[in-house]
Design a protein around this ligand. Structure first.
Ligand code: GLN
Length: 379
């Protein structure tokens, strides 16, 4: 078996879901909603089943889907995107990130990854032969140190990976922070690969800034995102890369040989979502603000220390006072004894860090309340 595949483990996030299911725990580990997607999308899916969408779509995405996506993202990203030149539709942003990295990195190239990081980036780097340089986001506010970041850039990286809003820590990078990263990307001639799947889940007063929208940045940015979180359809596996034409041409080839294409009927059904008015995204923001407040207030009442997310739908709970050496052991015991699943924070940090576990709150209110009720027994 390849050395490459021996150097990373399976996803701990997905593993926690399997253990949660085994013990019938409330699953606040792998982040996905337990409520329905918008009914317009589901109704359209029923119709699509009887229309002619059962064969391959165009490899880089059905025209309808790309047109609707280009229109929506041009507006939100403040760019003038061409649906034929700037977009590749992928199987989730998981594939988008992989295809983006394979398109810019050669074996032994370096990539900057902020830590804590979404665990896929580690495996993605290894799979394309690149070596990550980890730059810490310092808890509890998860800011980076400018000098530490510039030192990483001095090592001649090919790309920086930017998850914004950040999974797992809920950081929303400020415009000033992004402008600083942009300066370094120019100074050291580096690509920026973004993961912006939580672009529409940001809590006031924080605001999402698309990295590609900063002056001069579109040319060096591959913006990856997906429909999973925005339309509550994580199982549909619809994601995309947005980039300048010269980069998109490379991504098209990688994507073609990786997966040929994303599911044609699902792309067609999702078009109605991409055409929703602004009101939909405002409502989504309100919904998640409510869920965040509900869950965090519950944690506060239980005196469970935690960080304050600015975006995305995760909260890091500080378990240092619980006396465990291993956060994984803590999470397994939490499933078995309390009936709630979380992800051990160590799977997100490069540095040794056993202080946190991650809960997500993309669940019905009743599920969150039931989880909080069980968490009374956490102590
Ligand atoms: N982004 C989600 C999480 O971090 C899950 C993504 C996945 O498992 N593909 O929990």
């Amino acid at each position: 078996l390849s050395k490459r595949t021996k150097t990373f483990t399976d996803s701990v996030i997905r593993r926690m879901t399997r253990i949660a299911n085994e013990y019938d725990a409330i699953n606040l580990s792998q982040g996905f909603p337990d409520f329905d997607p918008p009914k317009e999308i589901l109704n359209r899916l029923e119709q699509v089943a009887h229309e002619d969408f059962n064969q391959y779509a165009i490899t880089w995405g059905a025209q309808n889907f790309r047109d609707a996506l280009a229109k929506k993202q041009s507006k939100y990203m403040n760019l003038d995107l061409d649906s034929n030149k700037n977009i590749v539709v992928t199987c989730g942003s998981t594939e988008a990130m992989m295809a983006a990295m394979m398109s810019v990195c050669d074996p032994s190239d370096k990539v900057i990854v902020f830590s804590p990081f979404y665990e896929n980036y580690g495996a993605d780097s290894i799979l394309c032969g690149a070596n990550p340089i980890y730059v810490p986001l310092h808890p509890p506010v998860f800011n980076f140190d400018k000098e530490e970041l510039e030192n990483a850039f001095k090592q001649n990286p090919k790309a920086l990976i930017l998850c914004n809003p950040s999974n797992p820590c809920g950081k929303v990078f400020s415009k000033e922070e992004l402008e600083y990263i942009a300066c370094l990307a120019v100074k050291y001639d580096t690509y920026v690969i973004t993961d912006e799947v939580y672009e529409h889940i940001v809590y006031a007063p924080y605001k999402h800034t698309y990295f590609a929208s900063l002056p001069g940045m579109f040319e060096r940015t591959i913006s990856c995102s997906s429909l999973s979180k925005t339309y509550s359809i994580t199982g549909w596996r619809l994601g995309y890369c947005i980039a300048p034409e010269n980069i998109i041409e490379q991504i098209k080839k990688v994507h073609d040989f990786l997966t040929v294409g994303a599911a044609a009927p699902l792309q067609e059904a999702a078009v109605v979502g991409l055409e929703f008015s602004d009101a939909y995204y405002d409502e989504l923001q309100k919904l998640y603000t409510h869920k965040k407040d509900l869950f965090l207030n519950g944690l506060k009442e239980l005196n469970i220390p935690h960080t304050e997310p600015q975006g995305a739908y995760y909260v890091m709970v500080d378990i240092s006072e619980f006396g465990y050496d291993s956060d994984l052991d803590f999470c397994v015991d939490l499933i078995k004894n309390v009936g709630v699943a979380a992800v051990p924070g160590s799977s997100f940090f490069k540095e040794k860090e056993n202080r946190y576990i991650r809960f997500h709150f993309a669940k019905k209110d009743e599920t969150l309340l039931a989880a909080l009720n069980r968490l009374k027994d956490m102590r």
